[in-house]
Design a protein around this ligand. Structure first.
Ligand SMILES: [Zn+2]
Length: 262
């Protein structure tokens, strides 16, 4: 059954292509659904044959057909990454569930994960590029996460609600104590989102992973002199990556950790 993974990958790539447009047009304050895509340099409308995700970029060697200006590598990278994440969610769907689910619930869980991943890619790329976690991404994602989790019931309802409040509250506390210096207001919403998506247990796993990733990559960048101590860090990117990782290996990590005590 080779065609199912391939189909899922292609769907993911197409969603990635839509996410690129959403990121770009959100920043430019344009409508996401209306209007044709234009070259950002010469403003010539891009024809359908040049809008095929990844392939058009490769065929045109990363340049605009009419003015030959360089097209951001963000486009093919986000498309490829979203395709791979969609595929990865499909391949690992049974790692993270506490008991045997029926086929229908598995498919709903997979769909939930694809929506989660799409929002997390949006938040990751936008924070990396613009150092902002936008409410217009986190708030709809929170509403979806709460409704989907309460409806699916794979994570206990109390865990979902407490997770959002506790992890959001954790960032709110830092925000209040430091008067907004250590973390931004967007981090509070991002923390709440992590809790609503993952529940309290896996939410803590994700928080832990985010700090480990942040420390490792932060030290790496300091040592290689890419950044200085004063460089602002887009912490939302680490929170987003950690949340995706937890969607894949959260339960194996909890089992492994508990294995030391039981
Ligand atoms: Zn152009």
């Amino acid at each position: 059954m080779f065609w199912i993974p391939l189909f899922i990958f292609i769907v993911g790539v197409c969603i990635g292509s839509f996410l690129n447009v959403a990121i770009f047009r959100t920043h430019e304050d344009e409508s996401i659904v209306r209007g044709r895509s234009k070259c950002q340099t010469c403003e010539v409308s891009i024809g359908a044959q040049d809008l095929v995700p990844i392939l058009s970029y490769l065929r045109l060697k990363g340049r605009c057909r009419s003015c030959k200006s360089v097209v951001s590598w963000q486009y093919p990278v986000v498309e490829l990454a979203t395709g791979m994440l969609f595929l990865l969610m499909y391949l690992t769907i049974d790692w993270n569930i506490p008991y045997n689910l029926g086929l229908q619930d598995m498919m709903l869980l997979l769909f939930r994960n694809w929506v989660f991943v799409s929002y997390l890619v949006l938040i990751f790329v936008y924070d990396l590029r613009h150092m902002l976690i936008l409410d217009r991404f986190t708030i709809p994602a929170m509403i979806f996460a709460v409704l989907a989790n309460l409806w699916l019931g794979v994570i206990p309802g109390w865990s979902v609600l407490v997770g959002g409040l506790v992890i959001g509250g954790f960032f709110w506390l830092q925000f209040t104590i430091s008067k907004g210096v250590w973390v931004g207001g967007g981090d509070i919403r991002m923390g709440a989102l992590m809790g609503f998506m993952l529940g309290i247990e896996q939410g803590f796993v994700a928080l832990f992973l985010a700090y480990v990733l942040g420390a490792l990559i932060g030290v790496g960048l300091l040592v290689s002199k890419v950044v200085t101590r004063k460089t602002q860090v887009p912490f939302g990117t680490f929170l987003a990556v950690a949340t995706v990782l937890t969607l894949i290996i959260g339960q194996p990590m909890i089992d492994w950790y508990l294995g030391f005590f039981l």
